[in-house]
Design a protein around this ligand. Structure first.
Ligand code: HGY
Ligand code: MN
Ligand code: MN
Length: 411
């Protein structure tokens, strides 16, 4: 049985989804629980209903669209990804896994396939850290990796996660979000690679074997402010310059591990009071550190602590480190990797195994179900930018490999 994805429909629906954005095209910005996020969710639910899927939303907005299987007693399998987008991003990150997952199900329906196991299409809430400062919020809660108390401790613009989710229409208690291990027989996520390997090697599919271990932290530097004209250079304790020294030390630490997979990024830098004629009294850095090898990643975290200690002494400032998360890497399950590989071979697609340097909801779903990921190429590996691009043909191939994999797993 060979199913075929409707490439034109994929293109149309991804285009419509991209129109729900807080920034003008080609950029896409869609922050969780914002108006555009809620409009995108409504659009998706109409698509799910058209496909006769039974929709359920949990208390944090994770959305489950189920294609009922014949074996009611069998644990379902699942696919899915996210639809939120960081500021000034592209239209394919996450959405390919949701719309592609939907089209994989529709293609199987069109082919007359009837699953033994039910198949869930999951749209995870807040995979991006934009609003609440931590990535994979929805899948962390599903997998039990995050305690429900975050409902009162995570805040955005002075309001708590609980206040914001209830205002967005998601009722119920966060304590009821976790799914037990075994709730799913398997989880498979389709996603753009967000790196250059598949495009550069002109391959169709990446069969993911591992997902890098992400860590993030906030660094707050307190110095002495003062008048930009009146305070002599020798008397200054400039918080921004201290932070700048720390940021450069972070870069050096990532380069020094010897592992090509070690990456570190100072993605946010805020300076207070932020006036041209006032010496910065405080600076805030948000830092992201990753590697598939935990030792390398943690070596960078240790180097960051040492660098902060040194800067404190040399510059007469105080530095506070606030860890946000430090997660282990995920290994994809062999049966899922094999099912994806078989689908590629059956279709004669050029494929290779690879690690994911980006994190995904699969990183946490792997804690409760055997998990795998299907990557498709994106042009020049560009992502988290408006010029992120995956061709309709590449998305179609990924969707068809996903459909074959779901069919194999759903029996
Ligand atoms: O940052 C990441 O790896 C993901 O795209 N949120
Ligand atoms: Mn992303
Ligand atoms: Mn993503």
């Amino acid at each position: 049985m060979s199913v075929t994805a409707d490439i034109q429909r994929l293109r149309t629906e991804l285009g419509k989804l991209a129109s729900f954005s807080e920034t003008p095209a080609p950029a896409v910005t869609r922050v969780v629980f914002g108006d555009m996020d809620l409009r995108a969710r409504d659009y998706l639910k109409t698509l799910f209903a058209e496909a006769s899927l039974v929709v359920h939303e949990d208390p944090v907005g994770n959305t489950f669209a189920r294609w009922l299987g014949r074996g009611k007693s069998l644990s379902p399998i699942a696919t899915g990804s996210h639809c939120d987008a960081i500021p000034n991003a592209g239209r394919f990150d996450g959405t390919v896994g949701v719309i592609g997952g939907l089209e994989a199900i529709r293609a199987l329906q069109r082919s007359g396939f009837e699953p033994q196991r039910s198949i869930d299409l999951v749209m995870f809430t807040a995979e991006e850290p934009t609003r609440f400062g931590i990535g994979c919020l929805g899948s962390r809660l599903i997998s039990g990796a995050l305690d429900s108390s975050v409902g009162d401790t995570l805040t955005s613009e002075g309001r708590t996660l609980n206040e914001l989710r209830l205002a967005a229409g998601f009722s119920g208690r966060l304590i009821d979000v976790p799914l037990s291990p075994g709730a799913y027989g398997a989880f498979v996520e389709l996603h753009i690679e967000q790196g250059p390997i598949l495009d550069r090697e002109q391959l169709d599919i990446g069969v993911v074997t591992a997902i890098a271990a992400p860590a993030s932290l906030r660094i707050i530097v307190d110095g002495e402010g003062g008048h930009a004209g009146a305070v002599m250079m020798s008397d200054r304790h400039d918080a921004f310059l201290a932070a700048a020294e720390i940021a450069l030390a972070i870069e050096a630490a990532a380069r020094a591990t010897g592992s090509p997979d070690t990456v570190a990024t100072t993605g946010v830098c805020e300076v207070f009071p932020g006036a041209i004629n006032s010496i910065p009294s405080q600076a805030r850095l948000d830092v992201d550190v990753r590697d598939v090898d935990l030792r390398c990643r943690d070596a960078v975290l240790a180097a960051i602590t040492a660098a902060c200690d040194g800067v404190e002494g040399r510059r007469g400032v105080t530095v506070r480190l606030e860890p946000i998360n430090a997660d282990p890497p995920a290994r994809c399950a062999s049966p899922i990797v094999n099912a994806i590989t078989t689908a590629c071979e059956t279709r004669g697609l050029r494929h290779r195994t690879m690690v994911s340097r980006a994190y995904h909801d699969s990183l946490f779903m792997s804690r409760i179900a055997p998990t795998g990921m299907i990557f498709i190429p994106c042009r020049d590996g560009i992502s988290h930018r408006p010029d992120e691009y995956a061709s309709p043909e590449a998305i179609g191939r990924g969707t068809e490999v996903l459909a074959d994999t779901l069919a194999a797993l759903a029996g």
